[in-house]
Ligand binder design. Structure first.
Ligand SMILES: Cc1cc2nc3c(=O)[nH]c(=O)nc-3n(C[C@H](O)[C@H](O)[C@H](O)COP(=O)(O)OP(=O)(O)OC[C@H]3O[C@@H](n4cnc5c(N)ncnc54)[C@H](O)[C@@H]3O)c2cc1C
Ligand SMILES: *[C@@H]1O[C@H](CO)[C@@H](O)[C@H](O)[C@H]1NC(C)=O
Ligand SMILES: *[C@@H]1O[C@H](CO)[C@@H](O)[C@H](O)[C@H]1NC(C)=O
Ligand SMILES: *[C@@H]1O[C@H](CO)[C@@H](O)[C@H](O)[C@H]1NC(C)=O
Ligand SMILES: *[C@@H]1O[C@H](CO)[C@@H](O)[C@H](O)[C@H]1NC(C)=O
Length: 577
């Protein structure tokens, strides 16, 4: 692809002046030379599930739709693989990489303005690189609110819609942001007759908007999104801690009772913390603020100490140490109300009442990104901090109870096995609803978010490896759970398209919009079942979720971990001592 270098240089100088000709300060997209060529892209965690970096020939930073259109036209004309990337790249799977090593990354970092707000019609149009934080605060300025959203505001609208991100509710149209999208503009490849680029504008009634919303970036680059908002409202939040013996029975009832309900489950402690969270009249007094503690900046020194302690517990198989650590973490969080305050300063007691925009999401650790030596987000890869896997899936409400009971049976067999998950604040359970998006949720469901230790050494098994793998397989196979597109270890996506009744329809649209597959990658081809296998079978592959073990060698036989059936779900194949 010597020619590509030539064209990039040419355009850098003459045509695409926004193919910024100096290296911008951005950590996850790095280019070796001053002309934005020879680049690597990572996610915000600094590592993809398979631990390989991903390469690209260049990166463009369009600042307007016009510039975006000429970038896509340029890439299409020269058949260059392309991929939209975002300001922080918060997805875990390898979604952000263009195919091969000679592709073009199209960053939406500078495509982040508010285009229009229509207060009467309750709509807001933003460019796709706008962050959730921007959307929330700009809407609030004119008295509007996005009713349901992810809890972390560092995501972009393009990225969160593209991966089906959500908050928690069973009410209204549900908790997925894409179900509040009423307009969308998409820039895709075109034929020579179109100048190699096609801009499509979708309204609510257009059939293909169901493909364009949750698109994993494979249809082109979303330029703008129009969201349906609501008049600003207030909420009242109370956290209630209970034992988990009737959790399976409570789960459905609780979700129907409270609009913004969610549950934090600490299975080894036999506890569940219920978030009783409802809309209240806007004349109810209170100016509460939710600045979630784990999303605040933490000193690098503290993060290093915590990680070192965790590494020591792992190397000594110190389950008791993990369990006492978990109790410390979770009781500390509960007693500090997880970062809620009644007035933005101190917590004086429940309920915490306040405006939606001050309670729905947070992420103040992003404010300190520049100087990670002192403070950082806990998972910042530039320092020694948290390093974890995330297994996140949704299970149909009709079988959620049975899944919860299976996990409880596992805890009965191995009581300390989930203390390691509790160190990361337990299993977060949130409500999601069936969507018309082809790759959206198929049924009303409960989303389980499980975070756990990952070793820096891919060949080192983790403590209670087998239990965590069994829960993952229980969910995916016995209960046919749907994985969150923006999280998870690779195996969650093997054969996943079979779980979507309109999966074929999505592939049909993709074929029409991008027949050359310029916006596809090796990873998206594997996930969408177009080419290749998600599973990567090699020594130790099951430890990292790159395969499900079928032989001992996929585990760590030299460290005493062998491939065995599950303890509750006998069809599972897990690495266990
Ligand atoms: C701390 C933290 C908290 C989180 N909390 C939640 C939560 O509460 N709920 C939840 O559901 N998820 C949550 N997530 C996961 C998150 O939702 C997804 O990883 C997220 O959607 C990624 O958004 P992003 O803007 O970083 O996009 P990226 O990860 O950069 O991109 C994701 C995909 O979207 C595509 N894409 C991005 N922009 C465009 C565009 N303009 N046009 C076309 N394609 C595009 C990319 O090509 C890529 O394929 C959290 C993640 C983190 C790190
Ligand atoms: C970019 O810069 C490198 C050296 O800094 C040079 O080798 C390469 O040819 C340049 N590429 C373009 C497209 O200008
Ligand atoms: C491209 O980057 C790689 C690794 O970052 C480096 O080894 C190589 O020399 C670079 N090539 C050019 C032409 O700059
Ligand atoms: C759990 O709490 C319920 C009441 O909410 C009580 O009836 C039950 O005995 C408790 N179970 C345990 C194991 O403590
Ligand atoms: C709040 O407003 C409602 C009507 O919107 C009214 O019935 C109620 O009395 C008000 N409460 C207070 C405390 O002012």
């Amino acid at each position: 692809m010597g020619m590509l270098g030539f064209y990039l240089r040419l355009d850098c100088l003459f045509v695409l002046s926004f193919l910024v000709c100096s290296t911008p300060r951005e950590d996850h997209i790095r280019c070796s030379s001053s002309n934005n060529t020879n680049c690597t892209i990572e996610n915000a965690y600094g590592i993809f599930p398979d631990r390989t970096a991903c390469k690209a020939r260049g990166v463009a930073y369009p600042t307007t739709e016009e510039e975006l259109v000429s970038t896509v036209a340029y890439g299409t004309k020269y058949k260059i693989p392309m991929k939209a990337a975002t300001r922080y790249a918060h997805s875990i799977p390898k979604l952000a990489c263009p195919r091969g090593e000679e592709g073009l990354i199209i960053s939406t970092k500078n495509l982040n303005r508010v285009v229009q707000i229509n207060v009467e019609e309750l709509t807001m149009t933003v460019e796709s690189g706008a962050t959730l934080r921007q959307v929330i605060s700009e809407a609030a300025k004119v008295g509007l609110a996005l009713p349901y959203a992810p809890y972390w505001w560092g995501l972009t609208i393009g990225g969160l819609v593209g991966t089906g991100a959500h908050g928690s509710t069973l009410w209204g149209k549900g908790s997925s942001v894409h179900d509040y999208v009423v307009g969308l503009r998409l820039v895709s490849p075109g034929g020579p007759e179109d100048g190699h680029v096609k801009v499509r504008s979708f309204g609510e009634g257009d059939k293909d908007i169901n493909a364009a919303k949750v698109s994993l970036g494979v249809l082109g680059v979303i330029s703008q999104v129009t969201l349906n908002l609501q008049p600003m409202f207030k909420r009242s939040i109370t956290y209630l801690s209970k034992n988990d013996s009737d959790l399976g029975d409570q789960v459905l009832k609780f979700g129907k009772q409270h609009e913004f309900a969610d549950i934090l489950w600490y299975p080894s402690q036999h506890k569940a913390v219920y978030r009783v969270d409802d809309r209240v009249s806007s004349n109810t007094s209170g100016n509460g603020l939710y600045d979630f503690l784990p999303f605040r900046a933490t000193t690098s020194l503290a993060l290093e100490l915590i990680r070192t302690a965790e590494e020591n517990q792992e190397s000594k198989s110190d389950a008791d140490g993990k369990c006492s650590g978990a109790k410390l973490v979770t009781s500390g969080l509960l007693s500090s109300a997880y970062g809620l305050t009644n007035n933005g300063m101190i917590f004086t007691g429940y309920p915490v009442i306040g405006y939606q925009n001050r309670l729905q999401a947070s992420g103040t650790c992003l404010d300190n990104l520049q100087d990670s030596r002192i403070t950082a987000c806990a998972w910042d890869s530039r320092i020694k901090g948290e390093f974890f896997h995330q297994t996140t899936f949704s299970i149909s409400l009709s079988v959620a109870k049975s899944f919860i009971q299976d996990v409880q049976k596992l805890v009965e067999i191995e009581p300390k096995s989930l203390c390691g998950v509790e160190i990361y604040n337990g299993i977060l359970m949130r409500y999601v609803t069936a969507s018309t998006a082809y790759l959206g949720k198929q049924e009303d469901a409960i989303d389980f978010d499980i975070t756990y230790y990952r070793s820096k050494d891919p060949m080192t098994p983790r403590l209670h490896e087998g239990i965590l793998e069994e829960i993952e397989q229980l969910a995916l196979f016995k209960y046919r759970a749907l994985p969150h597109w923006g999280k998870n270890r690779n195996i969650a996506f093997a054969g996943v398209m079979k779980k979507y009744k309109n999966g074929k329809e999505f592939l049909r649209v993709k074929e029409v919009y991008d027949p050359m597959g310029l916006f596809s990658s090796e990873w998206s081809d594997q996930v969408l079942g177009i080419k290749g296998e998600v599973n990567l079978v090699m020594e130790g592959c099951a430890l990292e979720g790159l395969c499900i073990c079928s032989e001992d060698i996929h585990c760590a036989p030299s460290k005493g971990y062998f491939c065995r059936p599950g303890k509750v779900f006998r069809d599972a194949r897990v690495c266990t001592p």
